[in-house]
Design a protein around this ligand. Sequence first.
Ligand code: HEC
Ligand code: HEC
Ligand code: HEC
Ligand code: HEC
Ligand code: HEC
Length: 375
Amino acid sequence: MKRSVLIYIGLSLLGLALLAGGLQAAFLGPAEEWEKSKHNNKATTLVHATVEARSAGAAHCARCHSEQGFRAWLPQLLAGNPGPIAKPDGSAADVPFLQGLGLTQANAQPITCTACHGEGFALRVQNTTPLLPAGFAATAVGKGALCMTCHNTRNGRITWNTEDPKRYTAPHASAQTDVIMGKNAFFLDDTGERASAHGVFVRDSCVSCHMTLTKAPHSFRAAENNCANCHGPVVTKEFVQQPITELHKRLKAAIEKRVLAVKEKITTVRAYDPAKATYTPNVAVDGKQITGIDITSVGGQITFILKMADGKEIYSQLGDIKDAPGDPGKVVFATADPIVRAAWNYILIKYDRSMGVHNPTFTREMLLATLRALP
Ligand code: HEC
Ligand code: HEC
Ligand code: HEC
Ligand code: HEC
Ligand code: HEC
């Protein structure tokens, strides 16, 4: 009798230990995966989402670059205001208010478990997003609605057929939701339904491919053999990425051709130094020596990297490329120049970072429409 009781107790303890081990593994799993993910990149949180780095401007970036900012912003977003973090009375957040939220070098947190999860690991956003900073909402997108709240271009809704956007604004680094929902491209009518099946008919959109179908959901990386899950073993990401890369390169070549055609007008820029993150005004440039360009964004503005014959690269925001030295100079590329809208589209696809996979048909059609607009 006694012996079997002892064995019973022994087995129970073993069972409990195994259970505890299992539970621990289940919880260590997400934590370890998350630690390796960029959501845990505190460096960008500290430079974008703290009052020391950005003063009251942290109210802009902290929305998506910190746990505290996101949690403070969410109720306001759900109430219909996607703008920078405001105080409860609706006025703009000031430094003391942001300090109170913990948006300081000492306390700011990156995109932690509690940024995304509430009580009992419930997701803070699901199924449908409110009006996003990118100027549209995403409806019936399952758990992906959470990701879309941050992963959008954040600069308002563009008018696809405008003749003059009147700005040089670039899409933000997180263009995925605009692309997957088929929004915010110039030259292609984006007012109807252009959402990808990948955005709206794979149950949880982003979460299906970047979490549910992967072995390490909280690394947030798309599964290696992602396509095979739904399309069979033959289909790979290159099926889409190869032709889209070809069109994307053609678009860069078309923009570059137009720059080279007027290169002699370029005489002055406000140069940006990517290593030091500083600007130098009134830098003289010998436009004749420009051999090519690259297209990126700096400080939220469309930026050209001018490649010079001597191998140097000069970065300048588009609105700072002038035809005469000093402040009176005229911009070489006015906001109405189609090159500005084409550069927005080019960056939209670059910053989506799936090279067409998120929305194959939309990506192809908008690249073709942009090429047609740049004869
Ligand atoms: C960027 C947002 C995000 C972050 C950060 C995040 N999670 Fe999650 N988590 C999710 C989503 C989305 C799911 C649902 C995945 C699915 O359905 O396949 C999930 C699922 C889970 C689940 C399963 C819950 C259930 O009800 O099935 C657990 C447990 C969990 N997360 C724990 C954590 C922990 C612990 C951390 C921090 C180390 C963390 N998560 C960080 C988004 C996030
Ligand atoms: C609407 C949400 C949102 C807002 C607001 C926002 N960001 Fe971001 N930002 C993101 C997301 C999401 C990414 C990641 C994109 C990716 O990896 O594809 C990102 C990426 C970046 C990156 C590139 C990160 C890197 O080092 O690779 C920089 C730089 C950046 N943001 C700066 C800022 C600054 C500065 C502000 C405020 C002026 C800001 N962001 C406001 C969502 C946002
Ligand atoms: C609170 C805002 C926020 C939410 C919600 C969010 N992200 Fe992010 N995500 C970011 C930011 C900010 C970065 C870039 C951080 C950096 O580069 O420092 C990022 C980066 C990423 C990256 C790039 C990872 C890498 O290693 O290059 C992926 C993939 C990603 N997020 C997917 C997701 C998915 C999937 C979801 C939904 C489950 C999600 N994110 C939800 C803000 C968010
Ligand atoms: C059909 C599956 C699928 C869906 C749905 C999906 N993605 Fe992706 N995503 C991919 C693939 C595949 C890549 C490219 C990976 C590569 O080239 O290695 C990618 C690339 C990315 C990247 C670049 C970083 C990385 O991990 O390579 C980010 C960030 C990202 N997706 C975020 C999102 C967000 C946010 C959503 C929802 C708005 C989303 N994705 C929906 C499959 C998907
Ligand atoms: C979670 C399931 C899922 C995954 C993973 C997935 N797809 Fe899809 N895909 C779909 C569905 C559903 C459709 C719409 C079905 C249809 O049109 O017959 C679709 C449609 C497409 C289309 C048609 C293009 C369009 O714009 O309508 C292409 C191309 C495609 N997928 C390529 C890929 C590639 C490449 C990958 C991997 C990188 C991938 N898919 C991963 C579910 C998925």
